[in-house]
Design a protein around this ligand. Structure first.
Ligand code: ADP
Length: 739
């Protein structure tokens, strides 16, 4: 709201009182926009105002009207200003010089505020408005945009572009160049180029997509608006040719007013617009719009405007004609530092040698960065990258032939130069750098060192592996040897066992047979009874032996299991002692046992197997002890919720066992002394069986012994606690195995 009011007030400040009064001076919100009646009002709108579409009603003169697809242009003008009109195809056609009554609305789609949706009625034909004499600067400032103006200048080049239907030419004026477009003129008039002319037309702008002016164009209704002041030559090629070296030199008369003619042999032609020609006096750069192809060696006549670009002499806007063929002048051999010092080689065909320091291959261009001595320069070839004839490597020595172009600073001092290469043949490789460079040698050395290092590391790894495997093999060998030794020993032991067994079995069997025979022959009943008692003893010892073998085989097969029952340990110890008491007494040995109090309560234990272990140990003690005593003790080591851990000791005053034998006696068929069997009998199975049974009771067995003093056999066992007197066998088993 505020904004539109502000606009209204602003407009009142700009516009004539007529408009403001017609709207009562206030553009109230929602009220219709004021009608603009003067071109000056439209041109002073800002972009945001123009796009509102103010209604427009003007009385104006048409200065330019073009009805072509390429440029549907319409310029109008009144006393207050000039503008551009967007007219649609259904509008009546207008003509320059018509006074029209025009309606439309304001618009700004691009460069300036314009008139859109235009329609008009023709009032009549009037003289064109007076043309304002302008300079290039004024035209470029946009202050006279769309105005009917007058300007003078020299026609530099002219053409009817193939895609267009109207003549266009370049007018050179002080300070710049103007494009002139002549409506309805479809040919280039004779002698137009090179003419000095005065032109009337509508001033237009060449602007970018961002609506910024970058050039000036003059819209001229017809050739009638172009007045020739000084015509161009009838035949520009008819003039005498000037030596190239004379161009741009001092003349008393100053700059020539018309084009000059030169002739020369083409030394280079680039993209059909930059020619380099040479005569015996020198070389020059020729800029042309002509597109007829030329190549080095073509002899040409050139007509153009001598001038300079970037502090270099150039013949501009040139036309040429080929007059023959001639040998290309020999390239001048040059030195890079001299080129910059002398500054006499610009545009010349030169030959220069140098070292390639870098190379950029682009899709349609190849750039070589060269160095000669301390001077660097570049060489540019505009060809497809695949065209490079010889592969030149960086560091290689190269001879180049091409056009030398000086590059100067803002004060005209030579800074750099470049060589324009005409074809891949202009690059000749003199020598490429040896493949074997210090850098490469170092990298190869590095690679070799790396390989050597990697190999040694690998060898070390392999050695380590071999060592580990050797150790493993050795270990396995040792294990095998030990196993072999054990197997041999086992075989030995089994043979011994067989011999023992036969002896052991034969002795009671002989006893049984002898006793049977004697009993049969006995005279008295008492005698017979005595023999039968001995016979019973022999049979029992035979049975014990067979039971031992059976037990061991059961254990070895993993079939031995405990059968726990509710029992007091003290009772088991007592029973075992009682069984041996008789033998001990007979040998005159004292046999005593001590059991701590805790072991008098019932626990879950297998009394048969516990008794078997105790009998083995106590039996041995009694057997091997000649005098002294055998003492058995049983005590509790430890106790937890589920079990008690008991420790038993069977201590004797027998011969003792050597330290070296204390371990092996727990192996099957092992006896501490070879003479044991002969002297005491036995099979070497008792301790082996005891050890396995103790293991089943979660205990350990070991011996402490001193030869000549006696031995103490220890073993431990775990017995399950009973919360209450267990009744069934499974309850007892569960109690015994509780963790
Ligand atoms: P056996 O007594 O039938 O030979 P054991 O396995 O019971 O077999 O005992 C193995 C060996 O251990 C015995 O032959 C004996 O040499 C030695 N030994 C066992 N108990 C004693 C002991 N109390 N005193 C001395 N040597 C013993």
């Amino acid at each position: 709201m505020q904004k539109s009011q502000a606009v209204g007030l602003l407009l009142c400040g700009i516009f004539s009182p007529t408009i403001c009064s017609s709207q009562n001076g206030v553009n109230t919100p929602g009220a219709p926009l004021p009608i603009l009646t003067q071109v000056g009002q439209i041109r002073s709108l800002t972009r945001s105002q123009a796009v509102k579409g103010y209604p427009v009603h003007l009385k104006v003169v048409v200065t330019y009207f073009e009805d072509t697809a390429a440029a549907p242009e319409m310029f109008i003008q009144d006393a207050t200003g000039s503008g551009w009109v967007h007219w649609s195809a259904d509008s009546p056609k207008a003509r320059p010089g018509q006074l029209i009554d025009l309606w439309g609305i304001t618009i700004q789609t691009d460069f300036s505020p314009d008139i859109d949706k235009a329609h008009w009625t023709v009032i009549g034909q009037v003289p064109m408005p007076p043309a304002k004499r302008v300079t290039f600067e004024e035209m470029a400032s946009t202050s006279v945009d769309a105005r009917w103006v007058e300007i003078e200048g020299l026609v530099r080049s002219a053409e009817v572009p193939p895609s267009d239907c109207c003549l266009q030419f370049i007018l050179e004026v002080p300070e710049g160049r103007i494009v002139v477009r002549v409506n309805g003129q479809s040919t280039v008039p004779d002698r137009l180029v090179d003419s000095y002319v005065r032109i009337h037309g509508a001033c237009g702008a060449i602007y970018t997509a961002k609506n910024q002016i970058v050039g000036v164009i003059l819209y001229v209704p017809s050739m009638e608006n172009i007045k020739t002041i000084d015509p161009g030559l009838v035949d520009p090629f008819a003039a005498a040719a000037r030596p190239i070296e004379s161009l741009q030199r001092f003349t008393f008369t100053g700059r020539p007013e018309h084009r000059v003619k030169a002739w020369g042999i083409v030394t280079g032609s680039f993209q059909k617009k930059d020619l380099y020609i040479a005569d015996e006096t020198g070389s020059v750069h020729v800029q042309t719009h002509q597109t007829a192809p030329l190549s080095p060696g073509d002899r040409v006549e050139v007509v153009g405007f001598p001038g300079f670009v970037d502090y270099r002499p150039v013949v501009k806007d040139a036309i040429y004609r080929k007059t023959g063929i001639a040998p290309v002048p020999a390239a001048l051999p040059v030195k890079a530092d001299k080129v910059l010092e002398d500054d006499t080689y610009d545009s010349a065909l030169v030959a220069i040698e140098g070292q390639l320091t870098a190379r950029a291959v682009l899709p349609s261009e190849e750039v070589l960065v060269m160095k000669q001595g301390r001077t660097s320069f570049s060489a540019i070839g505009q060809w497809k990258s695949t065209a490079a004839k010889e592969a030149v490597r960086e560091g290689g020595q190269v001879r180049l032939t091409g056009i030398l172009v000086m590059e100067k600073d803002g004060f005209g001092q030579p800074q750099l130069f470049k060589i324009l290469l005409r074809s891949p043949e202009d690059v000749v490789v003199l020598s490429n750098p040896p493949w074997w460079t210090v850098g490469k040698a170092l990298s190869i050395l590095g690679l070799v060192a790396l390989i050597a290092f990697a190999s040694s590391a690998w060898v070390l790894v392999l050695r380590g592996r071999v060592r580990a495997q050797t150790l493993e093999l050795q270990h396995k060998n040792d294990q095998l040897e030990a196993a072999l030794k054990r197997a041999e020993e086992a075989t030995q032991l089994k043979s011994e066992f067989l011999a023992n067994m036969s002896h052991e079995i034969r002795t009671p069997m002989n006893g049984i047979l002898g006793m049977t025979r004697l009993a049969r022959e006995a005279n008295s009943q008492d005698e017979q009874e005595e023999y039968l008692t001995d016979l019973n003893t022999s049979a029992e010892s035979l049975l014990t032996l067979l039971n031992d073998i059976l037990d061991l085989s059961k254990i070895e097969a993993g079939r031995m299991e405990l059968n726990p029952t509710s029992v007091a340990i003290v009772d088991v110890v007592r029973e075992a002692a009682q069984l041996l008491r008789h033998t001990a007494t007979q040998k005159g040995i004292e046999l005593q046992y001590t059991v701590t109090r805790e072991l008098s309560r019932s626990v879950a234990a297998d009394p048969v197997r516990l008794r078997q272990v105790l009998l083995n140990l106590m039996g041995n003690a009694v057997k091997f002890t000649e005098r002294g005593s055998v003492a058995v003790t049983a005590q509790v080591d430890q106790e937890d919720e589920a079990a008690i851990y008991a420790r038993f000791a069977v201590c004797d005053t027998g011969p003792g066992i050597g330290a070296d034998k204390q371990k092996i006696i727990f192996e099957a068929f092992r006896q501490a002394d070879g003479s044991t069997t002969r002297k005491y009998g036995g099979t070497g199975l008792g301790l082996a069986i005891s050890a396995r049974l103790v293991e089943l009771m979660d205990g350990k067995i070991w011996v402490e012994s001193t030869v000549g003093e006696g031995s103490t056999f220890w073993f431990t066992a775990r017995f399950g606690k009973l919360d209450r007197a267990p009744k069934t066998e499974s309850e007892l088993w569960a109690a015994n195995t509780r963790a």
